[in-house]
Design a protein. Sequence first.
Length: 322
Amino acid sequence: MQRKIFLTLCCVAALVFVGCGQKETTAPEESATPAEQTAAPTPIDQSTVGSITGKVSFQGTKPKVARIMMDQDPVCVEKHGGQPVYAEDGELNSNGTLPNVFVYVKAGAEKYTFATPSTPVELDQDGCMYKPHVLGIMVGQTLSILTKDATTHNIHPMPKDNREWNMSQAPNAAPLDQKFSRPEIMIPVKCNQHPWMRAYIGVTKNPFFAVTGSDGTYTIEGLPPGDYTIEAWSAGFGSGEVRQELKVTVGAKESKTADFTFKGVSGSIRSARRGPEFAPALAVSRRERYLTWVKRDNSSLAAFCLLGETSNFSGLVRSQLI
Ligand SMILES: [Cu+2]
């Protein structure tokens, strides 16, 4: 059963990371659909709104966080002044909580139409890392991509429901402004130049979302009284993304608490999966310590498996079987 789950996760990981090294695509701005542009926002009585606040905890073996080796680009190395840099996926706060968890209203707000905020959401590139690592944005809202680095980046969101694109951004280049036309939780973003760079964007139809910070807490405010399903998403701790849902009823002016606890994978994935039916396949990026394994019968893509020592699957992983 565990293996089945793992293979599914591997397959998802493989599918997410196929298509490395694609050519740059032109990326005309996506505009919101006419309906979204013209629909008037639903009036909400601000005197009755409530909030949901909570903490996202982690239970289990502390995930191993990958050290990022930036050697392929001296500009990136220099920016960190020789200090080691670690992947953000799998990172825990000192109080045992999880940062970078995207918490949002998944259901319960459909009956409302919300104005698209005119303020852009910024995604910065600094020291060849995305800042922030996880962010939320509304459908049709501008995502403004900035760079502080003296090296060229190639920003490449990999959506399932939105249009895929990748664009280069040279040092001192103007911000790249983009929009997403459909809700999607989450869109992974990578850099085609620096394979360790990873960000995640949550695109929502409502403004009710938050990202946990260094204390593991979140707060969603301005909720009209009602029944909501909230979901917490995390990039995970070695086996891909994880999600949890909670149902919360918010009364007028009420402040509700909704805590989440994610459980880590117990034991070593590596030792658990290296059975005789698996053979080593393609080690695409040994420097980043990723190994791929393939089932001996090569039966299907579902047999493709990826084992990482780390929780950060940022290597250039190709999905072909050998
Ligand atoms: Cu880059």
